[in-house]
Design a protein around this ligand. Structure first.
Ligand SMILES: Cc1cc2nc3c(=O)[nH]c(=O)nc-3n(C[C@H](O)[C@H](O)[C@H](O)COP(=O)(O)O)c2cc1C
Ligand code: SF4
Length: 450
């Protein structure tokens, strides 16, 4: 790999990296000053569009394009909701930025609000992140005291308030419209779209929702330009692929020697992340599988570890996508039955219950997996699971939000890529193949084995 200078994590190892003086000593708020001194909101939107920055929250939607969907000349308020819910399992890059470099994130938010003409930003922070919440609040207070927030920022006509909001401790609070409902004081039930938040979001006003890491990229794009950003990553491969540009925070956890968060240009392979940065698979064992970008993305087999972790390629080996680029490694001793049982338990617990296919599909998947794990599985259960997985989600068009797609992909990938292991387990633990046929009786069996 060519020489790479980290920018997103450049400050985190400094003493008191979370304070304003340390951030400013490293050049912090220079990008904001540049914007206020000579750029219009349209200039900033066009710059971010030109950079090719795609959202880092999971879906990879082009950031500048999203900003351009906001209505022009809207007479009322426009809001920015910053998604710091970080609820995708194994993902912790937002946490590092918020705890160790909160001004970096806030500078990105202020520039983002300038570009989108938002006069109020809400930062919705995961309930389980008290330090991040406290550090961000402290940084916001420093900004008000130093003229970086409030009325007429640095003497310019631009004014902005940022409010912190504590999350409601559920995975679904990270889905952008669930987040907005929760911010409004309601249960985090995702909304049917359209209308999209850009037209009708928080408090029924035009709203832009962006992830913390997405915002942290913005000051660097302003300082160094779109060409610098596009000099990193993987170029577009065709009309359906906007490319994967810029630096990315990759999390690595599970069965590796050096779990952590590492900054690299987009497009590093999963194997390079594991071997070069994660210190290799632990205990001298071989890798068996890896989750490419948060639990909802599915699975790579060991043979697929050479897949680049960009926005396009994980989908080409059957995964849902890059997601949050949080890789979890499983070694050769790990059971895929345990993996899938855990995944199904998570999604059944986190389904908000609004859509019948998601509510029932995730719940039944968990029950079937519990039965398989406890030696009451049938070979035909594998096809039943695949048929559930094929029927739930936005992609088959049966649900309101993507949680159900995220529940489906681990099932599809685990069974299609490791079918032999599931069949062996079922044959070994339930050689007669016997289990009651009726759902009600199957339910009783589940109750027995809990
Ligand atoms: C079930 C579910 C959970 C999500 N959780 C998060 C989250 O914790 N953080 C996040 O930034 N995006 C999350 N997203 C994606 C958001 O809906 C949204 O796409 C994102 O915040 C937009 O920001 P970006 O364009 O900067 O990536 C989630 C989506 C779904 C379907
Ligand atoms: S797909 Fe699942 S989590 Fe999303 S709105 Fe429907 S029931 Fe709720």
């Amino acid at each position: 790999m060519a020489e790479f200078e980290p920018v997103l994590l450049a400050n985190i190892h400094k003493t008191d990296s979370h304070t304003l003086p340390v951030y400013q000593a490293a050049g912090g708020y220079a990008a904001l000053k540049k914007v206020l001194a000579g750029m219009s909101p349209v200039d900033v939107v066009e710059l971010v569009k030109a950079s090719g920055l795609r959202g880092r929250g999971g879906a990879g939607f082009p950031c500048g394009l999203k900003w351009s969907f906001l209505p022009k000349d809207h007479p009322g308020p426009i809001y920015m909701c910053v998604n710091a819910d970080e609820s995708e399992p194994a993902t912790f890059n937002n946490r590092i930025l918020m705890e160790l470099d909160p001004h970096h994130v806030i500078e990105g938010i202020i520039i983002g609000c300038f570009a989108t003409r938002a006069s109020t930003a809400y930062v919705y922070v995961r309930y389980e992140y008290p330090t991040a919440f406290q550090r961000l609040q402290q940084a916001i207070d420093e900004c008000y005291a130093s003229g970086f927030l409030g009325k007429n920022i640095q003497g310019s006509p631009f004014s902005l308030d940022i409010f912190m909001h504590r999350g409601a401790a559920a995975y679904i609070c990270g889905e952008e419209t669930g987040l907005i409902e929760s911010l409004e004081g309601k249960r985090a039930w995702p909304r049917i779209k359209p209308p999209f938040p850009a037209i009708e979001g928080a408090f029924r006003k035009p709203t832009v929702v962006n992830n913390i890491e997405t915002m942290a990229n913005v000051p660097h794009i302003v300082n160094r330009g779109a060409d610098w950003f596009k000099s990193m990553g993987i170029p577009s491969t065709g009309p359906k692929d906007p490319g994967s540009y810029g630096p990315k925070l990759y999390c690595i956890s599970g069965h590796v020697n050096k779990p952590g968060c590492y900054e690299m240009p987009l497009g590093i392979t999963c194997r390079e992340l594991i071997d070069r940065y994660g210190g290799g698979v632990w205990k001298g064992r071989k890798g068996k599988a890896a989750i490419p970008g948060g639990l909802s993305m599915g699975l790579f087999t060991e043979k697929e570890f050479d897949t680049p972790l960009d926005f396009a390629v994980p989908g080409k080996v059957g995964c849902l996508g890059l997601g949050t680029a949080a890789v979890t490694v499983m070694d050769e001793t790990y059971s895929m039955i345990d993996y899938l049982h855990n995944a199904c338990r998570f999604f059944a617990h986190e389904s908000c219950g609004q859509c019948t296919p998601c509510r029932e599909g995730t719940s039944w998947s968990e029950r079937i997996l519990t039965r398989i794990k406890h030696g009451k599985g049938r070979l035909k259960d594998l096809d039943i699971l695949l048929s559930i997985a094929g029927a739930i989600g936005i992609i088959p068009g049966t649900t309101i939000c993507g949680l159900a797609d995220g529940a489906a992909w681990p099932i599809k990938n685990a069974i299609n890529k490791f079918r032999g292991e599931f069949e062996d387990h079922i044959k070994r633990t339930n050689p007669t193949g016997y289990a009651q046929e009726e759902p009600a009786e199957a339910l009783q069996l589940v109750e027995l084995v809990h």
